[in-house]
Design a protein around this ligand. Sequence first.
Ligand code: ADP
Length: 389
Amino acid sequence: MKKFNTLSSRLTLAFLLVGILGIALVTTFHTRSTRHEFDRFVTEGRGHDFGDGRGDDFDDERGSRGDGFSSRGDRSQSENLFLRNVVRTSALGAVGAVVAALLVGAVLSRGLTQPIRALTAATQRMAEGELGTQVAVSGRRDEIGRLATSFNKMSADLAQSSQKRQQMTADIAHDLRTPLTILRGYMEGIRDGTVENSPQVIDIMYEEVTHLEHLVNDLRTLSLADAGQLPLDKQPIHPRSLLERTGLAYIMQAEQKGLALRIEADNALPEIHVDVERMTQVLNNLVSNALRFTEQGEIVLSAKLQDGTMLLRVRDTGQGISADALPHIFDRFYRVDQSRQRDTTGVASSGLGLAIIEAIVKAHGGDVSVMSEGENMGSQFVVTVPVQL
Ligand code: ADP
């Protein structure tokens, strides 16, 4: 059945149908009408024979020739009539075949042009800016059905990415505005003499500038990754060494919070080829998040080889992530608590951290995923990196 789902097989079938219809019509006309004409021709021919006044002897003589070909003049007249009728019958058959072909062609072309017209109208609407326009596929499985399905997907994807772009522009504007407003307020205060130009004020302003700088750097990293131009300086490193770099950077913070920070990595694991600075940035970000969202228990950094891929895990026993939030966690500017721009320790939260992690890991040919049993059940982030053995 699947074979008949293509346009070419449908067209072939339609042409075959037209051919069969044509043959059937011509044959039917011929067999019916020609037989009738032939019978008449024979009967009329005989009539001439019997009616010529030359008696039965002639007929006996002709015996086997009692076929209507009685005399030269009569024969040509009957023959002409017969032939004319045969030609007329053939012409009728041919006209019938043409009408049948036209009917089949009309039905077929309607079936073909209708969805194409719908697609053309939808493309025009999209060109006019109506992204997300859909066409009815109505269960077609042929090339036109597949074209319509691809069109619908492309249209929906375009609408989604346009909406994401708009949202991202709004998020960037929002994230830039907050530190800029703080900076402007302090600067105006100093200029007007209402705020003292003290070291504390300078510190606050410096912090806001640093935040702006981070934001701009993050956006630059993302745009480089989007363009596939994130520069990577890959070097061989043992996974344990990589985890230890992050472990050392955060052990003090973990201890201050009363959390255990452990590393689990077999010394026999093979080396991986990664940009050490960028991969450290990935792990640092994951551990920094784990510290922010874990109040008791432990944070475990582990490495494991599985099917030629190195799995680098950061697991915590913190507040976990709800099933609703999980699918969006890597989206740019996504924060579970959208209203919170800074966490309790004052660390600026842009919602770009995990998006950058994903971009860096993907640039290495790997992937990153998250698992969480739900709120207060902890979270586990797994970074995969291909191993060049
Ligand atoms: P942010 O800059 O806000 O930290 P991220 O992209 O790093 O942005 O994280 C997005 C959101 O994912 C955070 O706002 C937080 O709600 C959630 N999240 C990330 N890591 C964890 C974790 N280990 N435990 C619980 N929630 C987390």
